[in-house]
Design a protein around this ligand. Structure first.
Ligand SMILES: [Fe+2]
Length: 126
């Protein structure tokens, strides 16, 4: 299975350089370091999306999942009305080589518009 296969049902932009309004409201916007040190916590902040998504009872973001490659790291559940669609988590990556490049993947679910994902390459140094 390819790295992408596990996540192939998720929405991604048709043209990343020219997002539609729906993509701008649903694509996770990832703020994370380009390089981290193996075994040390680092912060990842994510907001949904570059146009803030609604958090109303009828239409809201339900959760965000964090993966490295296909490995699940964290889930944050959100409640409509009482939360904003933005979270910060502390993750710890354990590198195998001297400089391992890994794919941080954030998947979010909108109750009306399904799952959306964004990725960021992060280098892990020993
Ligand atoms: Fe939505």
């Amino acid at each position: 299975m390819s790295d992408k296969g596990f996540f192939c049902g998720n929405n991604t932009p048709q043209d990343p350089a020219n997002l539609t309004d729906s993509e701008k409201k649903h694509m996770p916007v990832i703020d994370a370091p380009d390089e981290v040190t193996a075994g040390e916590p680092f912060k990842v902040s994510v907001k949904v999306g570059e146009i803030a998504h609604l958090m109303e009872e009828a239409h809201h973001i339900q959760w965000l999942d964090f993966y490295f490659g296909q490995n699940f790291y964290a889930r944050v559940d959100l409640t409509p009305v009482f939360t904003a669609a933005e979270v910060t988590v502390s993750l710890v990556r354990h590198g195998k080589g001297n400089h391992e490049l890994g794919t941080l993947r954030v998947v979010e679910r909108c109750n009306l518009h399904g799952q959306w994902e964004a990725t960021k390459e992060i280098r892990v140094k020993k």
